[in-house]
Structures are given as C-alpha cells and as structure tokens.
Ligand binder design. Structure first.
Ligand SMILES: Nc1ncnc2c1ncn2[C@@H]1O[C@H](COP(=O)(O)OP(=O)(O)OP(=O)(O)O)[C@@H](O)[C@H]1O
Ligand SMILES: [Mg+2]
Length: 133
C-alpha cells in the first residue's frame, strides 16, 4: 500500500523561478492495485513519482509505504520498498529490453534486496543496468 498525504513540492523556492509543482496531493494505492496517472506535459506526474521514491525533495506532506513513514528516508533507504523505470532512457532504463522487462528489472531489485530474486529477465544483456545496481 502506498499512501501520500498532502504532498507538496516547490522547485526553486524563494526565487523568481519558484514553481509550486504539487500543492497538496493525497493518494492511496492499495496493495495489488495498479494506478495510472494521466496529465498534460508539466502536470507533475514525474514529480509525484519522484516524491514517492525520494528523488524529489518535498516541502510538505508524508509518504507511507506499507504503513511505514518513509518521508525522511533517502532513495537508497527506500530501494527495498519501491523502484521505478525512468522516462528518460539515459537515466537507467535498458534500451535492449522491452518496457515490461524494464519494469521486471525494478521488481528484481526489490526482490533481490529481500533476498529472493525471481526475476526472469536476463540482466546480463544489459550491462548498463547491471552496473547501476
Ligand atoms: N528539476 C526541476 N526544476 C525545476 N522545475 C521542475 C523540475 N522538474 C520539474 N519541474 C517543473 O515542475 C512541473 C512538473 O513537471 P513534471 O516533470 O513533474 O511534469 P510531467 O507531468 O512529468 O510532464 P511530462 O509529461 O512532460 O513528463 C513543471 O512545471 C516542470 O517545469
Ligand atoms: Mg514526466
């Protein structure tokens, strides 16, 4: 389960470039459910995902994964609970693999941390992703 409580993200706060990208987002994704976030360019989809994974600094709100408050955890600390496939193919996504296989890699990372990787993707075919692990 993922729960977002009043998520707020402001880029370049206090400057002429200040941009309040997320102004209090509340969201709950129960276990085993899928969620598709749809929005126009610049709506805040990537920012929202970055808030979940810890890559995007928040100025307010809380992120809970399986009832654990991970708001103050770093990306590395959250890596055993959440993973992502990046939109930018140069930011960690393996171009030799399909989108599904790339998603499976993320699952593999999570399961690997838990000590029981059942990922069937041949990660050896993607040296870039393997080295990123
Ligand atoms: N690192 C950043 N620094 C400053 N502003 C940013 C940064 N990242 C995103 N923004 C701004 O935050 C807002 C949300 O951007 P975001 O990338 O989350 O949108 P998106 O919905 O993912 O768009 P796209 O469909 O193009 O991927 C936009 O106004 C964007 O310009
Ligand atoms: Mg985006």
């Amino acid at each position: 389960m993922i729960r977002l409580e009043d998520i707020q993200v402001t880029f370049n706060p206090g400057t002429i470039l200040e941009n309040r990208a997320l102004k209090g987002v509340n969201l709950e994704v129960p276990e085993h459910q899928f969620l598709t976030v749809i929005g126009s360019n610049g709506a805040g989809k990537s920012t929202l995902l970055g808030a979940v994974t810890g890559e995007t600094p928040m100025v307010g709100g809380r992120v809970l994964i399986d009832d654990m408050d991970v708001t103050r955890q770093t990306v590395d600390q959250r890596a055993n609970q959440c993973a992502r496939v990046f939109q930018d193919p140069l930011a960690g996504t393996c171009g030799d693999l399909s989108i599904e296989e790339n998603m499976a890699l993320a699952t593999c990372v999570v399961k690997s941390v838990a000590g029981a990787c059942r990922c069937r993707v041949n990660v050896a075919s993607c040296s870039k992703s393997v080295s990123a692990f």
